[in-house]
Design a protein around this ligand. Structure first.
Ligand code: NAP
Length: 286
């Protein structure tokens, strides 16, 4: 990898553990000014200070809960008041729920946190990204999108729920969002890409009750380390080879396998429109 991130300001959501934390460390060691988020201010600050100790660089920990649109709006306001530049937004935070839950705004929680949250955050920070010169929006999607479906009438809070269905839909949302955004960014200085990190030994397994932690222990020798899982994210965020890439889904730094739904511009636009309405996003596109 040829990272060119010296002095670049990079915001990594969900940088407090797993893939996001490993990416934050790698980018910080390569010279970026990293900002990472957690739902807990204390955890964000603790992890930021651990990374700063390891890299010798400034790292800032910030609190953000992507479940709440009000929280995201307050975060973006505060961010823009404090910082005059942002070069890369890495939408990495994500989670899984095993039962149907509603977000504070009334949307199914997996959809709200994994898809709507990053979309709203991106729309709010886009003016700052545009202002900062060549900018990149990188989103951690998943091969789970391959099993994702879009029931357009039930994108708010569907009656029927399966955790795999909700997770796959949210990750398909990440890919559709990236492709729709990339088309809208064409001709500007900004790009949008997304990735599959592989199957990675992170805290993610705790979401699956009883068997999750057991599977993680037994399968760890066969799973990727967080550092390995973070490689494509780091490459898309900061490698000179990845500069100018716009609209791709990557796995191990190569184009990944896409579901036919993900590649369909009509589906991309439909989900873009519905989701933008759900979060009240106004897109300051150039
Ligand atoms: N692990 C895998 O095999 C795998 C495979 C494909 C894709 N992914 C994707 O990779 C991304 C990172 O997951 P991971 O495996 O690194 O899991 P992880 O270790 O559980 O990390 C998840 C991160 O997301 C943050 N987060 C969770 N809920 C949040 C919320 N409501 N608002 C804001 N931040 C929230 C967590 O922060 P706090 O808990 O500190 O708030 C944590 O930093 C996710 O998008 C996941 O879908 C993972």
């Amino acid at each position: 990898m040829t990272l060119s991130v010296e002095g670049k300001r990079i915001l990594v959501t969900g940088g407090s553990s797993g893939i996001g934390c490993a990416a934050a460390l790698a980018l910080s060691k390569a010279g970026a000014e990293v900002m990472l988020t957690s739902r807990s201010a204390e955890r964000a600050e603790r992890v930021a200070s651990d990374i700063a100790a390891a890299s010798g660089r400034r790292v800032i920990g910030l609190r953000l809960d992507l479940a709440s649109q009000a929280d995201i709006r307050a975060f973006a306001d505060d961010f823009q008041a404090r910082f005059d530049r942002l070069n890369v937004l890495a939408n990495n935070a994500g989670a899984l729920w095993t039962s149907r839950q509603a977000s504070p705004d009334g949307y199914e929680m997996t959809w709200a946190v994994n898809h709507l949250g990053p979309m709203l955050l991106t729309s709010l920070l886009l003016p700052l990204l545009h202002k900062s010169g060549a900018a990149r929006v990188v989103t951690t999607a998943s091969n789970a999108h391959l099993g994702g479906t879009m029931a357009f009438d039930g994108l708010g809070l569907p009656d029927s729920f399966s955790h795999a269905g909700a997770y796959g839909r949210s990750k398909l949302g990440n890919v559709l969002f990236t492709f729709a955004l990339a088309r809208r960014l064409e001709g500007s200085d900004a790009t949008a890409t997304c990735l599959h990190p592989g199957v990675v030994a992170t805290g993610f397994f705790r979401f699956i009750p009883v068997v999750g932690p057991m599977v993680r222990v037994l399968a760890t020798p066969f799973l990727r380390t967080p550092a390995k899982g973070a490689e494509t994210l780091v490459w898309l965020a900061g490698d000179s080879e990845a500069a100018g890439l716009n609209g791709g889904y990557f796995y191990d730094r190569k184009p990944g396998r896409l579901s036919p739904l993900a590649e369909d511009p009509a589906v991309q636009d439909r989900v873009w429109d519905i989701s933008s309405k759900q979060v009240g996003a106004v897109w300051p596109l150039r």
